[in-house]
Write a protein that binds this ligand. Structure first.
Ligand SMILES: NC(=O)c1ccc[n+]([C@@H]2O[C@H](COP(=O)([O-])OP(=O)(O)OC[C@H]3O[C@@H](n4cnc5c(N)ncnc54)[C@H](O)[C@@H]3O)[C@@H](O)[C@H]2O)c1
Length: 410
């Protein structure tokens, strides 16, 4: 039945969570011709969307959103609408336990309960949030319990999101998708639905646990490799040699490809997802845990280094270039640059910052300035992030007292 509706573009989709993932996903499915309800528990988000504005910084998204809003294909709503398909794209942060970080599944659980209240037979429920293995089954358990419908009569799928902030719309339509379910029929329906939206990528079917692990393993692979680069940067500092030159030369080897070190690892994915494996396999996941600890330590290493360079002179004004966790975005979640700012502030330095992707005078305690202003105001600069604006002014920056954490300066 759903396959027929997909073909005729009569399928209705409700997305729970209109954030960095849910909103562009809604736009992409609406552009593909489906009717999409964009639901969020945050009324401010829905009110902004209803006014025709998006609340996140993401290239091309505003224009694409306006188009689907005008065509009536994407309908922002603060009431959960009945649909053929529900996509859950809610946050999955972690909570700190004694010596471990474990997934906080409260948003997934509450969204599953909400869907359970209105679920009907033959509906398809897709979990897009990044989750520890076995969470899709937990979602199905909740749906079954709340709706009273047995799991054979509806479909549950995990379809992890693998997009890169800054390129979300493009990657949504071009990346391959992994679609995992307990039931074969569910993967077939989800494949047809994503296939109608994805322009270039292919959809690969598997079971739900493999799909969950696939997303975690992708990010863990990156995290472990960045940890290697960051560990090298700390060793090179002790040896008083340039890590960026070392890596450039090592990478001349045909089978070596070392990544670039930085201020640490931030964001909602790489800094979080590996813990979801460690949580389930604390004995086995030793490299994964160690990599996380190395990347988590890097901001403190940088802050201590700056303190040493400045010889503890607290009269110095330190300017941080880039507070977001990666280039050309406004996302501050788990941002290592932010952590450096906080550590140095706690040591007694006056910290100011330049974050061209955020339109505000202040973030937390830190006053924000334009690049021109911060160059004049700060006694010492930390180049923490490779934003385009900084790259464009690299000659000017190299004339300043500056600590380059990312290897942009010659
Ligand atoms: N941001 C990324 O680049 C990225 C990439 C891949 C995967 N993910 C994963 O996607 C998931 C969502 O991440 P995000 O970045 O979009 O988060 P986000 O914080 O930007 O958005 C989540 C939204 O969900 C809403 N919400 C919470 N509970 C809800 C409920 N019960 N019903 C409806 N809305 C609810 C929140 O109000 C918020 O607006 C996470 O699991 C994340 O790990 C994110």
């Amino acid at each position: 039945m759903l396959l027929e509706k997909i073909k005729k573009k009569e399928l209705t989709i409700t997305i729970l969570g209109m954030g960095y993932i849910g909103l562009p996903t809604g736009v992409a499915f609406a552009r593909a011709g489906f009717t999409v309800y964009g639901f969020d528990v945050d009324r401010d988000v829905i009110s902004t969307l209803k006014k025709g504005k998006i609340h996140i910084v993401e290239p091309d998204l505003q224009e694409a959103y306006e188009e689907v809003l005008k065509s009536g294909k994407l309908l922002p709503t603060d009431k959960l609408e009945k649909s053929d398909v529900y996509i859950i794209a809610v946050p999955t942060p972690f909570k700190h336990s004694e010596d471990q970080k474990i997934a906080d599944l409260k948003y997934v659980e509450s969204a599953s309960k909400m869907v359970g209240e209105i679920l009907e037979e033959n509906n398809l429920v897709i979990l897009e949030s990044t989750v520890p293995p076995m969470t899709t089954r937990l979602m199905t358990d909740i749906l079954e319990k709340i709706s009273g419908i047995s799991r054979e009569k509806f479909m549950s799928v995990h379809c992890p999101e693998r997009v890169l902030p800054g390129r979300i719309l493009y990657e949504l339509e071009h990346n391959d998708r992994i679609i995992g379910a307990e039931r074969y029929e569910a993967t077939e329906v989800a494949k047809a639905m994503y296939g109608a939206m994805v322009k270039k990528g292919k959809c690969f079917a598997t079971d739900d646990i493999t799909a969950e692990m696939c997303k975690l393993v992708e990010n863990t692979f990156r995290d472990v490799n960045i940890a290697f680069a960051n560990e090298l940067s700390m060793i090179c500092d002790s040896l008083n040699i340039n890590v960026f030159e070392l890596i450039k030369l090592a990478n001349k080897h045909p089978r070596v490809n070392i990544l670039t070190p930085g201020v640490g690892v931030g964001g909602h994915c790489l800094a979080v997802d590996p813990w979801f494996i460690v949580e389930k396999f604390p004995k086995e996941a030793t490299i994964i845990r160690e990599a996380r600890l190395i990347n988590d330590f890097k901001p403190r290493f940088v802050a201590n280094k700056i303190d040493k360079v400045l010889e503890g002179n607290k009269k110095m004004i330190v300017g941080i270039l880039g507070l977001a966790y990666k280039p050309d975005i406004d996302d501050l979640r788990e941002s290592p640059a932010m952590e450096i700012a906080e550590i140095l502030r706690d040591k007694g330095y006056k910290i100011i910052a330049c974050e061209p992707n955020i339109n505000a005078n202040k973030i937390n305690d830190f006053e924000l300035y334009s690049l021109e202003e911060i160059i004049k105001k700060a006694d010492y600069l930390i180049l923490a992030q490779g934003h385009t604006e900084f790259k464009n002014k690299i000659v000017k920056l190299s004339e300043k007292n500056i600590y380059d954490c990312i290897g942009l300066l010659k």
